[in-house]
Design a protein around this ligand. Structure first.
Ligand SMILES: *Cc1c(COP(=O)(O)O)cnc(C)c1O
Length: 536
């Protein structure tokens, strides 16, 4: 299996290079040269497999055994999911006859990103150790300096994925005092020597700009070999396909054998990584209905499926205003927005302007709607088409794709936008249901969208809603929704043991007094130089 860029070109990369490179030099994202089909009898063979068994099977379809042998792959997978608290890794829970919850938050930071980042960290380490193995004492060892900006969630998952990894150091920038106390504590209480938290006096955008500037600085990038762990990394998508399969088997074992159910996955979506993994599972042959894209009021994706325009700012914004005006206010701040910017919502991990992984889906849509002599020619044309679309988005803030392309997209997906007040209503209604369930706000966006689309589903449909975070991580929204309930107590009902006392633990954080690239460079260089004096 080789990988190529969504924006064309002749580059064909191994899995290893794909994972270590992240973003293609031409700005594209890497995709596999074909989508592998499932082996014969997979339904019977895999039906009682564990998460680790399934992960080994599925990943081996995308990674040549010459690159990572099956035994090595299994060991990597086992190591990655040892850190999870639940024996199923991603357990499935029944809420009612039609609705199941796939809990993805049993990893070390209580967020779904752990599923991918635990594996990514081990893959990085595996590749670097192998590259360095045959080096003599005089030869320079290959190292990776991971740099990222976070407003909370991604940072801690990345830190837990890379802590204590050989040949890798990680620098995570967060805006000082602007991250929720629990999320800040999760990041800054990790004291492994290769982990560096930088509290930058400034905003999240400042942090992001600094990271971009560092990656754009060729000299600095080359010296330190900067690496990214953001959701465009192919290994993250691949890791996430596994729980679609696992939950498929788990739901089947809970439904009457005689029944003919259609399974529908509903996915709270920001950068389109989680749901894209579902698309790959579907294309590989996992039986399912349309995938449901659930967005908050940062709804670029929901708008694409409705209009065929992929645009940062809603050019027909009267729609958005109307739906907001008709929902009860309940004190929600839905729609707080800097002009043309990202809206701040109660589900902040999905607050995006554009969805980076959507480009991968666009490539498949472009390919399907391309005519050409042969496959090679079609691929070439699809790459050119995606390149031109993404350039339009960059330059004009929008692109409109042909009707046939949106129609292809509608065959596999439906999309719904959910407001903050709907999110709060949903948290309340599932808390008051039997059995009672406390959803985090991102999961609640999914549950709301599930409910909206269920009215047009065939009666035999059962829904699996992906739950992307533990409710304790987003205490503000959960408390706001449930504080009026007499039988609700945050500490008793939500707060996990692991979070208790976290705020008092020793911190590992470096203050950066101004949002300046030079100050951040100094910190990175200081640690790089101190490493040089340590043997090995
Ligand atoms: C990252 C994240 C999402 C969005 O996932 P994408 O892959 O970016 O679509 C949803 N919920 C939570 C809690 C997240 O951390």
């Amino acid at each position: 299996m080789k990988y190529f860029s969504t924006r064309g070109g002749d580059e064909l990369l191994s899995f290893e290079d794909t994972v270590l490179t992240g973003l293609a030099p031409n700005g594209g994202l890497y995709i596999p040269d074909h989508i592998p089909q499932l082996p014969e009898n997979w339904q019977e063979k895999w039906s009682s497999y564990s998460f680790v068994d399934l992960s080994t099977e599925i990943l081996s379809l995308y990674i040549s055994p010459e690159e990572i042998s099956r035994a090595e792959l299994r060991a990597l997978v086992e190591k990655s999911y040892k850190t999870f608290r639940h024996p199923d890794i991603t357990p499935l829970k029944k809420l009612n006859e039609k609705t199941f919850i796939l809990e993805l938050f049993h990893g070390p930071t209580f967020a779904f990103k752990d599923v991918a980042l635990q594996l990514l960290g081990n893959l990085f380490e595996f590749f670097l150790v192998r590259r360095n193995k045959n080096k003599t004492a005089e030869e320079k060892k290959e190292k990776l300096t991971v740099v990222g900006a976070t407003s909370g969630d991604t940072g801690s998952a990345a830190i837990y994925g890379l802590r204590n990894k050989e040949n890798i150091s990680i620098f995570i920038l967060h805006p000082k005092g602007r991250v929720s106390p629990i999320q800040e504590a999760q990041m800054t209480t990790v004291t492994d020597p290769n982990v560096h938290n930088l509290a930058v006096k400034g905003t999240f955008d400042d942090c992001q700009d600094i990271v971009k500037a560092l990656f754009g600085d060729h000299e600095f990038n080359k010296t330190h070999r900067l690496g990214a762990v953001n959701s465009i990394n192919w290994a993250r998508i691949l890791a996430q396909t596994v729980y679609y399969f696992l939950s498929y088997f788990h739901i089947r074992s809970q439904l009457p054998a005689s029944s003919q159910h259609e399974i529908q996955y509903v996915v709270p979506t920001g950068n389109f990584g989680d749901i894209l993994a579902g698309y790959y599972a579907k294309r590989m042959g996992l039986p399912m209905g349309k995938l449901v894209v659930a967005t908050n009021s940062n709804d670029i994706l929901a708008r694409f499926w409705k209009s065929g325009a992929y645009e940062k700012v809603d050019s027909s914004s009267s729609n958005a205003l109307q739906s907001e005006a008709t929902s009860p206010a309940s004190g929600a701040s839905d729609g707080k927005q800097a002009l043309g910017g990202v809206k701040e919502t109660l589900s902040p991990a999905m607050d995006i302007l554009v969805s980076s992984n959507f480009e991968r889906l666009l490539w498949y849509l472009a390919y399907e709607n391309t005519h050409g002599e042969n496959d090679n020619e079609k691929r070439k044309k699809a790459g050119e088409t995606v390149d031109s679309w993404m350039k339009k988005v960059k330059n004009d803030g929008r692109v409109e794709v042909p009707v046939s392309v949106v129609e292809s997209a509608r065959r596999d997906f439906v999309a719904e936008r959910v407001s903050d007040s709907q999110t709060l209503d949903t948290i309340r209604s599932y808390f008051n249901a039997e059995p009672s369930y406390i959803a985090d706000p991102h999961t609640a966006v999914g549950l709301t969208a599930a409910n909206i689309v269920s009215s047009t589903n065939p009666p035999s449909t059962v829904q699996i809603v992906l739950s992307t975070a533990h409710p304790a991580k987003f205490s503000e929204a959960v408390t706001r929704a449930l504080s009026g309930s007499t039988n609700f107590d945050f500490e008793r009902d939500v707060l996990p043991e692991e979070f208790k006392g976290l705020l008092e633990k020793k911190r590992n954080v470096i203050d950066v007094e101004a949002p300046k690239v030079e100050l951040v460079k100094e910190v990175i260089e200081r640690f790089a130089n101190s490493l040089k004096n340590v043997p090995n």
